[in-house]
Design a binder for this molecule. Sequence first.
Ligand code: AKG
Ligand code: FE2
Length: 423
Amino acid sequence: MATPEYMRVQLNTLAGHEYRRVSTAPTRPATADEIPVIDLEDMWFYSSRSTVMLNSRGTPDAAKKRIATAIRKAATGAGFFYVSNHGIPDRVTDEAVSQAKRFFQQPLANKMRVHSRSDPLGNGYSPLYSSFINRSETKDAKEGFNFRYLTEYDPLHQGPHANPDPTRAPGSSWTWEQQTRNLPGFNEATIAWWQSCLELSRGLVRLFALALDLPEEYFDDITTYPGSDGLYICYPGLSSEEAKEAKKKEDANKDKDAGKKDIDVGIGSHTDMQCFTLLWQDESGGLEVLLPQTGSSKRDSDPVYEWVGATPRPGTLVVNIADFLQRLSNDKFRSTVHRVYNRKQGARYSMPFFFGFNYDAECAVVPTCVDETRPAKYAPISCGMVGPCIFFRVYRYIPSNTLQWRDERMQLARSVPRPQANS
Ligand SMILES: O=C(O)CCC(=O)C(=O)O
Ligand SMILES: [Fe+2]
């Protein structure tokens, strides 16, 4: 029987279920035009202590403009790009990667001691198959370990001039820190990686502001206690039999979806929820992005999409736009569907970092993305509401962890004066 050329992929969005017509052709690598590498020029970094973005060479304004223009192009295209020379030192990344591997390679009982269910903010370990991000696919074949925003470690609120608002610090800490002491260096490496991602994100959010034709500081006031969810992920490898079989099918190209339906998805087809995601991935490959097929017309009411590989590029991080930024940009920037398949024998490791605005900052579509012909499509909403909303609309329930976490943050937020949101 002939393999069908298309299949339907079901997605969960703020608006409920959406469907895409997707080619069953094997995933091909993205071209440099589709997912470009944007050079942040070595010294683009955001120094929380001096609250300026520095660049060691060239004319900062011209360089910023050039980078912002490249970001705009990528954000309105695939919604994915790589950043090189991003300023996170290799030793910080390498240490985090090796500690993440050590954590996952421990006996299950050790990992269960820091189960995310026993943490009030849902931080810690999530076992294999505990998430099911896309109900029309398989459960997610991955283990995770997450660490959400903590004022105590935010470089913006440290140092001699720091003046953090005590009501903003949630009552709990990273409770797992006590339980991971058996892994020397784990806590330090995780904190350093999380801080580096946070600083880079505060730099990037300024470049995103410029890319939206807004003043560079536009989002500064609403990124003082931002959504900053670090995550280590381990996607277990295939057995040698499975790997051989998958390779055979791929080489022969006789099964158009290259054996994927025989293995579980690492993380199902989804979009990210906050503003943008930074992602370190190892060299396994397997991250796939759903793009309109070349030649498929945007005017077509049911365009064809295809899976395209975001090939690992050592030394870079992947950046992708998430739902909240798409919403704020009135759909000008794209939050693009992606998924992971680990089709290798060895485990695949990755480290996403999800960045969003302060949970209580209610944000409207930005003024540069509306005019008389393009009114705002969306009402103001806060980043803290997006996650629970998606769960509720799609599944009609909100996981208690999420609810508790959201409520705690909202309660804290209500007890202090509202920050000056610029939108
Ligand atoms: O592991 C990856 O490469 C991507 C993970 C991802 O998409 C996510 O956690 O949202
Ligand atoms: Fe994702």
